[in-house]
Design a binder for this molecule. Structure first.
Ligand SMILES: [Zn+2]
Length: 403
């Protein structure tokens, strides 16, 4: 019997094999995925499938009562929202315990008035500075400098993007460096968010695999080197949550809300290949700081992530959009954050709503239990010690951005 953990690992590597709906299939990107509409899958009585039972109930083996047909059989997974009966501590945390820097936001306001509103929200929840990952270059970047940095000194920092036009041109390597230097002069403190979910940085799904621009491509060597010289960290989004590389079937870890991110059975590189290419880049450019966002998309496997952190001192992380990884494993996550607090920065990547910030403070600062989460999992508070909060919220970011 394949263990869930191994299943995810293998599937992410494009290796998992299992039997679904009585049809043997191999979870390789070259084989068609079984469609959920497949009549065999819909008709199958999953309650009798040993692998399904094991995944659903673990060693309990079943629900412990005879299961009967009833009205709930017609409820769709996308509609299921259980009302919890639990009565336990619920802490409202209005403001972060220490001044905080949000190191992963995007352009959440466009007009001076909207930006004023944003600053007011930052004041109310305890965000001292927001680091905007603009992905912009040229005049567009300069305009943002005026709107944000000049209008609100100290409240915003801006990352610029990369000029990714015409990457096949032999001038590309020089052009991308020249533009970086111009953005630096205009006020950029880092680069990002640069994303590779398996199609390369240009995200062009029609490009043949051999022509895609991945981070370890030699066309980017001078660019990464220059980022290191200019002390500009790169916010790098490599791969995605590993469940994206597993089929959208009864074993899919995530609920339907997240199915649009699924990459199974596409031409994208595998999860493990993307992580490997990131690691190769870290090794090739030891003087450059890479902030792997979303806990490096490895928040589900903190042991492997720890090994990687130990191997590459230039690897930093942001916590953005991985509240659910921290919240579902509060003890190991707290240990991890305590250990690597000087290399992890706080980030959100979820807009600028007050409640969004307050739920983060509740998650990180309190010991509240069974907190409703964004995905189907409930969260448990991490109760982080003050030294970790201070580093995570502000000090580590100050150190790497020289601010
Ligand atoms: Zn982002």
């Amino acid at each position: 019997m394949t263990k869930r953990r191994e299943f995810i690992k293998d599937a992410a590597a494009g290796l998992a094999a299992t039997t679904i709906g009585g049809v043997g299939f191999v979870a390789k990107s070259c084989k068609p995925a079984p469609k959920v509409e497949d009549q065999n899958l819909l008709k199958k009585n999953w309650q009798e499938d040993p692998e399904w039972k094991k995944l659903k109930y673990g060693d309990w083996g079943g629900p412990g009562v005879p299961s009967k047909a009833g009205p709930m059989d017609n409820i769709l997974l996308k509609d299921y929202a259980p009302r919890s009966s639990i009565i336990t501590q619920e802490t409202f945390v209005e403001k972060a315990k220490f001044p905080s820097i949000d190191c992963h936001v995007h352009i959440e306001a466009k007009t001076p008035q909207e930006i004023d509103e944003w600053v007011k929200i930052m004041d109310e929840v305890g965000i001292e500075t927001s680091v905007i990952l603009t992905a912009a270059t040229g005049d567009e970047f300069k305009k943002l400098v005026g709107l944000f940095i000049k209008a609100h000194p100290g409240r915003f920092q801006l990352y610029c993007g990369m000029d990714l036009t015409d990457t096949d041109n032999r001038n590309f390597s020089k052009r991308v460096v020249d533009e970086l230097e111009r953005c630096r002069e205009s006020g950029a403190c880092g680069v990002g968010e640069i994303t590779d979910k398996g199609f390369g940085f240009t995200k062009d799904k029609d490009l043949p695999k051999t022509q895609r621009l991945h981070p370890d491509d030699e066309r980017l060597d001078t660019f990464w080197k220059k980022c290191g010289e200019l002390k500009m960290p790169i916010n790098l989004h490599m791969a995605d949550h590993p469940s994206c590389w597993t089929p959208l079937d009864v074993f899919q870890e995530r609920t339907p809300d997240y199915q649009l991110f699924n990459l199974y059975n596409t031409d994208a590189l595998s999860y493990s290949e993307l992580i490997e290419r990131r690691n190769k880049t870290l090794e090739k450019h030891p003087e450059t700081i890479f902030v792997a966002c979303h806990l490096g998309n490895q928040g589900h496997d903190l042991a492997t992530l720890s090994e990687t952190m130990d191997r590459y001192p230039n690897l930093y992380l942001d916590t953005s959009a991985r509240d659910y990884e921290l919240g579902r494993t509060p003890r190991s996550s707290a240990k991890f954050l305590n250990k690597y607090k000087d290399r992890i920065v706080f980030g959100t990547d979820m807009g600028r709503e007050k409640n969004m910030y307050r739920i983060h403070w509740r998650l990180l600062e309190t010991g509240d239990e069974y907190i409703p989460g964004r995905v189907s999992w409930r969260y448990f508070g991490l109760e982080l010690p003050e030294a970790t909060l201070v580093a995570l919220y502000r000090d580590t970011a100050k150190k790497i951005f020289n601010i």
